[in-house]
Write a new protein. Structure first.
Length: 164
C-alpha cells in the first residue's frame, strides 16, 4: 500500500475534473467527490494538477506529537487564555453595537483571535488527533454530560490510536 493518499476538500473543489484526467488509476470520482482509498497509489499527480488546491496528500501514519517543555506549554496556555478573554470582550462589543462599520471590524478581530487561539492550542500539544492530549480531550467530551452527539467522538477514539 502507498505511504500517502490523496484527500479532496469539497469546499474548494470547482469540479473542473483535472484530477480525474491525470489520475493513472482512476481513483478520483468528481461526481461523488470521493477519492478511492483502495485504488489511490499516492503518486500526487492530482494534487499537483488541481488549480484550486483542493487535494492534499496525507501520510497514512502520522508522526508522534512533538514534545514541548512545561514552561513553553504554560506560556502558550497563558496567551490562549488572554486571547479567549479578548474574544469575550469583542463578542460583548459586537452584541452591543448598531454601527455597521464597527460590526465589520469586530467580526474581523473575532475571526483573527479565533485563528490565533487555534494555532496556539495546536502548538501547545493538540496538533495531532492521535496525541495523548487530543485523546484525553476527546474522552473529556465523551464523558461530559450534555446533549452533544457522541457518535463522531466514539468513532474518532475507535480509529485514532495514541502514538506518543
Ligand atoms: S482538479 Fe481540483 S478542482 Fe478540479 S475537480 Fe479535481 S479536486 Fe476539484
Ligand atoms: S494521488 Fe495519484 S493515484 Fe491517488 S488519486 Fe491522486 S492521481 Fe490518483
Amino acid at each position: 500500500m502507498a505511504d500517502m493518499h490523496a484527500y479532496r476538500d469539497l469546499k474548494l473543489c470547482t469540479k473542473d475534473c483535472l484530477c480525474l484526467f491525470v489520475c493513472p488509476v482512476g481513483a478520483t470520482d468528481t461526481e461523488t467527490g470521493q477519492i478511492d482509498f483502495e485504488k489511490c497509489i499516492g503518486c500526487g499527480a492530482c494534487s499537483r494538477a488541481c488549480p484550486a488546491h483542493a487535494i492534499t496528500m496525507l501520510p497514512n501514519t502520522m508522526p508522534a506529537q512533538q514534545k514541548k517543555k512545561k514552561e513553553v506549554i504554560d506560556s502558550l496556555f497563558k496567551v490562549a487564555r488572554s486571547k479567549i478573554e479578548e474574544l469575550r470582550t469583542l463578542n460583548y462589543l459586537l452584541e452591543n453595537t448598531n454601527d455597521d462599520k464597527e460590526k465589520l471590524l469586530l467580526k474581523a478581530l473575532i475571526h483573527s483571535n479565533k485563528v490565533m487561539v487555534e494555532d496556539i492550542m495546536r502548538e501547545a500539544g493538540y496538533m495531532l488527533p492521535q496525541s495523548t492530549n487530543s485523546n484525553k480531550f476527546l474522552n473529556y467530551l465523551l464523558n461530559k454530560e450534555d446533549d452533544l452527539d457522541k457518535t463522531i467522538i466514539n468513532k474518532l477514539l475507535e480509529k485514532l490510536e495514541v502514538n506518543d
